[in-house]
Design a protein around this ligand. Structure first.
Ligand code: MTE
Ligand code: MO
Length: 171
């Protein structure tokens, strides 16, 4: 299936010898999915419509941060990966969780309902550019415009996991 084929090699090779060129680095979209994905920032830019989001978030150490981000909706990307819920059933969708992990191991949790149009409908993005600068080398960044603080703006994303956790008493 074309969605599972490797992304095209970058034309410009950057990075130190022996390392994978940053632009070639993929992050994995894994978990309870019909079509797990491996994506570069270039894939995020080319395969889905881009949104533009001016945001302000508060950092506990650095105070208010003003940035603009561009990128696709997280929901659009995950729709292509196909979570294994019955899409017609709201309760089924409401059981799904996401984790987003950055290159330094910092990770956070979201619920599917936050991004689902029938629930929170939050325009959460996977950024391809910050302040007009492409993120191909740095990696994508999670953009959560509805958050007051910056802790979930995970940078250098290496993985997104999608799935359910057991109901209390089932584990
Ligand atoms: N990978 C990763 N992303 C991260 C963090 C982190 O420690 N690791 N810190 C978060 C916090 S606490 C904030 S406030 C913002 C800071 O974003 P900025 O450096 O672009 O201002 O990044 C977030 N994203
Ligand atoms: Mo922060």
């Amino acid at each position: 299936m074309s969605r599972l084929s490797p992304p095209p090699r970058p034309v410009a090779v950057r990075g130190t010898p022996g390392d994978a060129p940053p632009a070639a680095r993929c992050f994995q979209v894994s978990g309870q999915l019909r079509r797990p994905l491996a994506l570069t920032v270039a894939d995020l830019r080319e395969r889905w419509p881009q949104r533009h989001a001016p945001v302000v978030f508060d950092c506990a150490t650095n105070g208010p941060q003003h940035h603009t981000f561009d990128g696709p909706l997280l929901r659009d990307v995950l729709d292509e990966a196909g979570p294994v819920f019955d899409a017609r059933r709201r309760k089924d969708r409401s059981r799904f969780l996401l984790t987003v992990t950055g290159g330094d191991g910092h990770h956070t949790v979201l619920s599917w309902a936050e991004i689902d149009a029938d629930f929170g409908d939050a325009p959460i993005l996977l950024a391809t550019a910050m302040d007009g600068e492409p993120l191909d080398a740095a990696g994508s960044q999670l953009v959560v415009p509805s958050d007051r603080c910056g802790a979930r703006y995970i940078s250098a994303i290496t993985g997104i996991w999608v799935g359910t956790c057991p109901a209390p008493g089932e584990q």
